[in-house]
Write a protein that binds this ligand. Structure first.
Ligand SMILES: Nc1ncnc2c1ncn2[C@@H]1O[C@H](COP(=O)(O)OP(=O)(O)OP(=O)(O)O)[C@@H](O)[C@H]1O
Length: 566
């Protein structure tokens, strides 16, 4: 632990005259002589301090001159303590807390701590805050209105501890600011003869700064900064008869604890005197003991009124300040190489939590995979069912198509094409009931039919036109018959209904061309219907083929994603 001796820094702040003082005939009794001297205006008394501020000084100047040094020391691991001392209405709360537009030492200290953290690139910090008041010798938690009369205990590492006090870990100035606002709502404030809003208790706002090196030597320090707004001393005679017993009781406790503080300061300032120091006589001095004994860099700001109305009280304050100025301290840095600091504890907890988080993330991703697999499997089953259904439909359609193709083929077989005719055999000529003569007769008959068909009156000319080739082949010429004997046989073979009709005609000698045409028409009609049905079926097959293709694509992408997840 590094140690160096230094005096407590003491400053005096003279506040401006208040309305009540201005309205009185009382004169100015105290004035600033120099930057560090205050003197009695009409007398010879002079007091020298580290700094003297007059009524024109802004709190920000006091902060930069004095408080900032304490805060910077805290950031390096040294304890710090700043307190405002003075009679009631002298400007202690104004200096310590200030107002929104004129912020006091506390809000400026908070800003400064977080700015310093921002600039420290090679350190990690943990900030926690507590806010208590000592009211009628009872330590009350200002951050928890239910925590009253907290007990104090001595801790060899952390000094005097307030058992059960709320300590909030803060990560931003706003968070600390909101704690101050909360504490303010729980404070004991009342109107007194000298102050409309008089603090009836000593309030202690404590910021604990834990810091740890992130580079180099693994240094760890825990420093506490105590910012104390003392309640103001009051002479018993300033209270009127109407002062309530509650006010009188508060006053008694305030004065007694301030007297103890004075005694402690006096004994500490007199190093030759070996009498015991009565720290335990009040909660205030008990709490301030470690700081006053030298574990903290201490700043005392003594607030005074320059008015002659409170001359005696101001003189008493200046004497207190003079004694405090004599106290010598040996301040040491609080290096903690053990794991008791919260920052270490929290880092260990963070490590454990990070491990847990990693495990959880792994489990979650595993779970997600299982879920994906289940979802994919379900989709796969649905798709396979759909595929089976569409396969069955396809099979039916194919069967139907096959059936239709067979039928179509059958009906097509009724139609005669020239190439078919070429290859045909004259089997019909080999039969018993069919000779060349009868053929000739048949040809004659067909010729007759053709002539009849070609007659415009009959009206079948167009219908039969397409089939003329067939009949042209069998023109009634013997030579042609010989040449196209194969064709003739084919016609006769494949056009069975027609042949039957012709035979009928041959047998009976009755003209049957009307029946022949009807047969031809019937054949054409059936073929057209079959072609139409086939066309529709082909379209259906195309649609189903597209659907099947889509199903196969989906199936393939799902199988791909299952492979990926596995
Ligand atoms: N330097 C200053 N400039 C302007 N006004 C001030 C200054 N100091 C104090 N005042 C005003 O004087 C009044 C009393 O100040 P303050 O409440 O700070 O006194 P106090 O010492 O805290 O009193 P108490 O001990 O009774 O709580 C307030 O209205 C405050 O605004």
């Amino acid at each position: 632990m590094e140690r160096k001796e230094e005096n407590i820094t003491v400053a005096v702040r003279i506040r401006p005259l208040q309305e009540r003082e201005l309205a009185s005939t009382a004169e100015i009794a105290w004035e600033k002589k120099d930057n560090n001297i205050i003197k009695e205006k009409k007398g010879t008394r002079e007091f020298i301090f580290d700094r003297v501020y007059d009524s024109t000084t802004q709190t920000s100047e006091i902060f930069n001159d004095l408080a900032l040094k304490v805060i910077n020391k805290c950031m390096e691991g040294y304890n710090g303590c700043i307190f405002c001392y003075g009679q009631t209405g002298s400007g202690k709360t104004f200096t310590m807390h200030g107002m929104k537009k004129l912020p006091g030492i506390v809000p400026q200290a908070i800003e400064s701590i977080f700015t310093s953290i921002q600039k420290s690139s090679q350190k990690e910090f943990l900030i926690r805050c507590s806010y208590v008041e000592i009211y009628n010798e009872s330590v009350n938690d200002l951050l928890n209105s239910n925590s009253l009369n907290l007990q104090l205990a001595e801790d060899h590492i952390n000094g005097i501890k307030i058992i059960g006090v709320t300590e909030e870990v803060c990560t931003s100035p706003n968070q600390v600011q909101s704690l101050l606002v909360l504490g303010e709502t729980h404070k004991n404030i009342a109107s007194t003869s000298f102050n409309q809003r008089s603090s009836r208790a000593h309030s202690i706002f404590r910021v604990i700064v834990e810091s740890k090196n992130t580079y180099g030597k693994p240094e760890l320090s825990v420093a506490s900064l105590n910012l104390i707004d003392l309640a103001g001393s009051e002479s018993a005679n300033v209270h009127t008869v109407s002062a309530s017993s509650a006010r009188a009781r508060e006053m008694k406790y305030i004065n007694r604890s301030l007297l103890t503080l004075s005694t402690v300061i006096m004994r500490l300032s007199d190093s030759k005197n070996a009498v015991p120091i009565p720290y335990r006589d009040s909660k205030l001095t008990r709490l301030l003991q470690p700081a006053l004994e030298g574990d903290s860099k201490v700043n005392i700001i003594c607030n005074i009124s320059p008015c002659a109305l409170t001359f005696e009280e101001t003189l008493s304050t200046l004497k207190f300040a003079q004694r405090a100025k004599k106290i010598k301290q040996t301040i040491g840095r609080n290096d903690h190489l053990d794991s008791k600091a919260l920052i270490i504890k929290y880092q260990e907890e963070i490590h454990v939590l990070q491990e847990k988080l990693r495990e959880m993330e792994q489990r979650m991703s595993l779970e997600a995979n299982i879920q994906v697999s289940e979802e994919v499997t379900h989709q796969l089953i649905v798709l396979q069912e759909e595929k089976e259904k569409s396969d069955a439909i396809m099979e039916n359609i194919l069967q139907e198509k096959l059936q239709l193709e067979k039928e179509l083929e059958r009906f097509r077989s009724f139609i005669i094409h020239p190439e078919d005719v070429k290859n045909a055999k004259i089997s019909c000529l080999e039969t018993d009931d069919f000779d060349l003569i009868s053929c000739r007769k048949s040809i004659d008959i067909i010729q007759k039919i053709k002539e009849e068909v070609n007659k415009p009156s009959i009206g079948f000319a167009q219908i039969v036109e397409s089939r003329n080739a067939k009949y042209d082949i069998v023109l009634p010429k013997e030579s042609l018959l010989t040449d196209n004997i194969d064709k003739l046989e084919d016609i006769l073979n494949s056009d069975e209904p027609l042949r039957r009709c012709m035979r009928e005609e041959k047998k009976t000698g009755v003209d049957n061309h009307v029946d022949c045409m009807r047969i031809i028409e019937e054949q054409d009609r059936i073929i057209q219907t079959m072609q139409k049905v086939m066309g529709e079926k082909d379209e259906e097959i195309l649609v189903l083929k597209d659907e099947l293709k889509l199903c196969r694509n989906n199936l393939a992408s799902l199988q791909r994603s299952i492979r990926k997840n596995n």
